[in-house]
Design a protein around this ligand. Sequence first.
Ligand code: GTP
Ligand code: MG
Length: 183
Amino acid sequence: MSARKKTLLKVIVLGDLGVGKTSLMQQFVNKKFSHQYKATIGADFLTKDLTIDNKTVSLQIWDTAGQERFQSLGVAFYRGADCCVLCYDVTNEKSLNNLSSWKDEFLVQSNVSNPQDFPFIIIGNKIDVDESKKIPSLQKKLLNITNNQLGGLNYPLFETSAKDSINVETAFENVARMALQQE
Ligand code: GTP
Ligand code: MG
């Protein structure tokens, strides 16, 4: 078979500090998890090849810093993004409420031509934790968020655990599928 050029898909992962962005990527790409929290500084990417609908794609996933003082991303960083993953922590209500600002930040910085139908995907991480710690009536809250602050648009939501590797693969496969449509 001839070596066809693989489709490179650029994905940007955003969300508050500590929601598990780095952990999700590490679990997806390297099948690793660490309990230790080490804040991401600046941005870095990991690459993973996937087969989506018989097509091999190379997913270039950009990890970013949730902590403002560690953010140093220029406009160029966002350029050419094919999908944006908005992450929150299911035990942290503030991280859920902040999704809309992360989305706005992305749209301002990336200046995509199709803000109305740009593929965003929401990941609620840490579902392995005790039920009592989770944000109450999550679905209701989320509806609120999607109806209002996320601009009246509905986005696919995946609940994951980077720790126990629950739904992580499914979430990123969908990221790839959506990115492929955008590309
Ligand atoms: P910044 O780089 O500062 O933006 O944070 P981050 O979003 O990359 O979070 P990170 O992946 O570093 O995870 C923060 C903490 O949450 C770490 O102590 C992780 O071990 C923990 N963590 C991440 N994912 C999970 C999960 O699915 N379940 C549980 N229980 N803990 C998790
Ligand atoms: Mg990180």
